[in-house]
Design a protein around this ligand. Structure first.
Ligand code: BES
Ligand code: MN
Ligand code: ZN
Length: 480
C-alpha cells in the first residue's frame, strides 16, 4: 500500500473515493462541514455513530463513508484505530483500491496522533489473510490518502506505515502454515527481511546450536524431522552503546511433544512463533525508521513434535550456564527454548535491558483474556517503560506478579528444577522459570499467548495472526 498526505479534500482525484469521515456524538467531530447530506444522514439516524458502524452515502457529488466512533465519553485512541481498520476492511471487501481518510484532532489527541492511528488501523485492516487461497477473493485497498494540513502529518503517516507493514510481516509469518514455515524457513525469512531493511543478520543451524550450547532448543526439537535454528538480528547505529536485546519464542509448531496436546485447537499452534514474528517485525521497523538505538533480536526456533527420538518426560537437560532441568511436561517447551536465548543474550551482548515475548502459557489467557499481555519483571523502571509503550501503541499490557515464593512449585528431586509447576499461577511459574536463566541483566517477560492470535474475524482485523507486539516494541525501543 502507498500512503500520501494532502491538505484538503478538494485536491482529491476522481478515483480517490470514498472519503471516510469519523463521527463522534458530540460537537468535536461534527460532519456538517462535509455537506448537508452527511449531516442529515447522521441526524436522521440513517448513519449511526455507534463504534465501527459503516454507512456509505452519496452526497453533493461525492461518495462519503461515515464510520462511527461511538460516544465521545467512551473515546480511546484504540477506538479510532479500529474504526479506521473497519473502514479499510469494509472497502477492501468491496474491491475499492483507493480511499481518502480525513484526520481531525479529537479531544485529547492532536492531529498527527490521529494520522498515526488512522494509518496504523488502515494498513492492518487492509491486510489480506488469504495467503494461500487458489483464487484471490478481494482486492484490498492499495492507495491511502490522508487528508490533513498538520505539519507533522507526513512524518506521522510514513512512520505509522512502516510500523504497520512490519506488523503485517509478522502476521504473514504467524499465518504461514507449519509446513511452509519450518524453523529453517523462519530463519531464512527473518534474514531476508532483515537484510533488505539494512540489518546485520546471523543464522545458526543445528550444528551451530550444538557449538553455542543451545541444549534446551536441541532437546525440544529432538522429536522433529526438521532441524532447529537460531537467528541473531542486529541494528547497531551507536558504537559502544549497550543494546536492548529482544528475544522471541519461535515454536513453528507446538504439538506438545510426548505430552501431546488435545486435538481440538492444536492447529492454532502454528502461531506459537508469534513472539519471534514480533521481534522480526520490530527489528525490521527499527532499521527502516533508523531508530538511533542499538537493538538486537534473538530468535530461537524449533518444532515440538512426538516421535521415537523425542525428549521424554523425566529427561534432564544441562544448560550452558550449568543449571539442570528435569522435563516433566514436554508441552512446557517454550521456556526450555527461551532459556538458551536468555543465557546467550546476556553473555554475548551485556544488554542495557532484555525483553522476551512469548506465547508462553494458556494460564495467562485465563488470567487476563485474549486481548491483554502479561508483563513480568522485578524492575519497576523497565515495567513502567513497557507500560508507557503499551499505552502509546494501543497494545494493552498488564503487569502480573513475578512472585518468587512460587519458585518451590518447580523444585525437582533429581535436578535443579523441573520445567513446570502445578496448575495454579501457571503464567507466574513460567516467568519464574525464565528468571532462573537471567543473571544480573535487567529483564522483563511478556506473555503474549492471548493477543498474538485471534481465530475470529473482526470488523477491523482479519482472523489469524494479529501482528501484536511490533508497535509495542518499536515504541519501547524508540523512547529508551
Ligand atoms: N504454546 C503453549 C501456550 C499457548 C496456549 C499459547 C494457548 C497460545 C494459546 C505453551 O507451549 C504450552 O503448551 N503451555 C502449557 C504449559 C503447561 C504445560 C505448564 C499450557 O499453557 O498449558
Ligand atoms: Mn507447549
Ligand atoms: Zn508452546
Amino acid at each position: 500500500m502507498t500512503v500520501s498526505v494532502t491538505s484538503s479534500l478538494t485536491s482529491l482525484d476522481e478515483n480517490t473515493t470514498p472519503v471516510v469521515l469519523f463521527a463522534l456524538t458530540d460537537e468535536a467531530l461534527n460532519v456538517s462541514e462535509y455537506g448537508h447530506g452527511a449531516e442529515q444522514a447522521v441526524s436522521s439516524g440513517l448513519a449511526r455513530r455507534n463504534h465501527m458502524d459503516v454507512t456509505l452515502l452519496a452526497t453533493e457529488g461525492r461518495r462519503v463513508l461515515l464510520v462511527g466512533l461511538g460516544d465521545a465519553k467512551d473515546f480511546t485512541p484504540l477506538r479510532l484505530k479500529r474504526a479506521a481498520g473497519a473502514a479499510a476492511r469494509w472497502l477492501g471487501d468491496r474491491n475499492t483500491t483507493s480511499a481518502a481518510f480525513v484526520a481531525r484532532a479529537v479531544p485529547g489527541l492532536d492531529e498527527a496522533a490521529c494520522v498515526d492511528l488512522i494509518v496504523g488501523g488502515v494498513v492492518l485492516g487492509a491486510y489480506d489473510a488469504g495467503l494461500l487461497k487458489s483464487k484471490k477473493e478481494k482486492t484490498p485497498l492499495e492507495r491511502l490518502t490522508v487528508v490533513s494540513a498538520d505539519a507533522g502529518a507526513g512524518g506521522a503517516a510514513t512512520r505509522a506505515m512502516i510500523v504497520a507493514e512490519a506488523a503485517n510481516l509478522a502476521r504473514d509469518l504467524v499465518n504461514a502454515p507449519a509446513n511452509d514455515l519450518l524453523p529453517a524457513d523462519l530463519a531464512r525469512r527473518a534474514a531476508e527481511a532483515g537484510r533488505a531493511a539494512g540489518l546485520d543478520v546471523e543464522v545458526f543451524d543445528k550444528a551451530g546450536l550444538e557449538r553455542i550450547g543451545f541444549t534446551g532448543t536441541l532437546a525440544v526439537s529432538a522429536g522433529s524431522a526438521s532441524e532447529p535454528s537460531f537467528t541473531v538480528m542486529k541494528h547497531l547505529p551507536n558504537e559502544g552503546q549497550a543494546p536492548i536485546v529482544l528475544v522471541g519464542k519461535g515454536l513453528c509448531f507446538d504439538s506438545g511433544g510426548i505430552s501431546l496436546k488435545p486435538g481440538a485447537e492444536m492447529h492454532h499452534m502454528k502461531g506459537d512463533m508469534a513472539g519471534a514474528a514480533a521481534v522480526v517485525g520490530a527489528l525490521v521497523a527499527a532499521a527502516r525508521l533508523s531508530l538511533p538505538v542499538n537493538v538486537i533480536g534473538l530468535i530461537p526456533a524449533s518444532e515440538n513434535m512426538p516421535d521415537g527420538g523425542a525428549t521424554r518426560p523425566s529427561d534432564v537437560i544441562t544448560y550452558a550456564n550449568g543449571k539442570t532441568v528435569e522435563v516433566v511436561n514436554t508441552d512446557a517447551e517454550g521456556r526450555l527454548v527461551l532459556a538458551d536465548a536468555l543465557i546467550y543474550g546476556e553473555r554475548e551482548f551485556h544488554p542495557r535491558a532484555m525483553v522476551d515475548l512469548a506465547t508462553l502459557t494458556g494460564a495467562c489467557v485465563v488470567a487476563v483474556g485474549g486481548e491483554i499481555t502479561g508483563l513480568f519483571t522485578d524492575h519497576d523502571d523497565l515495567a513502567n517503560d513497557l507500560l508507557a509503550a503499551a499505552e502509546r501503541s494501543t497494545e494493552p499490557v498488564w503487569r502480573l506478579p513475578l512472585y518468587h515464593p512460587y519458585r518451590t512449585k518447580f523444585d525437582s528431586g533429581v535436578a535443579d528444577m523441573t520445567n513446570c509447576g502445578d496448575r495454579w499461577g501457571g503464567s507466574i511459574t513460567a516467568a519464574l522459570f525464565l528468571a532462573e536463566f537471567v543473571d544480573t541483566a535487567k529483564w522483563a517477560h511478556l506473555d503474549i499467548a492471548g493477543p498474538a492470535f485471534d481465530d475470529t474475524d473482526k470488523a477491523f482485523l482479519a482472523r489469524g495472526g494479529t501482528g501484536y507486539g511490533v508497535s509495542l516494541l518499536v515504541e519501547y525501543v524508540e523512547k529508551s
